[in-house]
Design a protein around this ligand. Sequence first.
Ligand SMILES: [Zn+2]
Length: 81
Amino acid sequence: MTPLPKKKRTRRQRGHNRAHQALSLPAVARCLSCGNTIRPHRACPMCGNYNGRTVPGKFPLTNRLESRQPVAATATEDAEA
Ligand SMILES: [Zn+2]
C-alpha cells in the first residue's frame, strides 16, 4: 500500500513551506577583457581571462588584459622620466 500523509496540510502550512522554495537568479559578472557575461570567480569561456591573465586552453578570443603592462610598472617609469 502506498504511504499516505496522516493528516491534511492546511493552506497556511502549505504556504509556509512554499515560501522558501523560490529559485534565485544565478550570479553574473562582466569579463573585463571582452565584456562577455561570465560566472564570478571563473575564467571567461570566450577569452580565458582570469584576474588579468589567460588560463591554459584554447579560446575563440584573445585576452586583451594579458598584453597590458602592470599599473605599478608604468607609474615608476613616469616618475623616472
Ligand atoms: Zn572574456
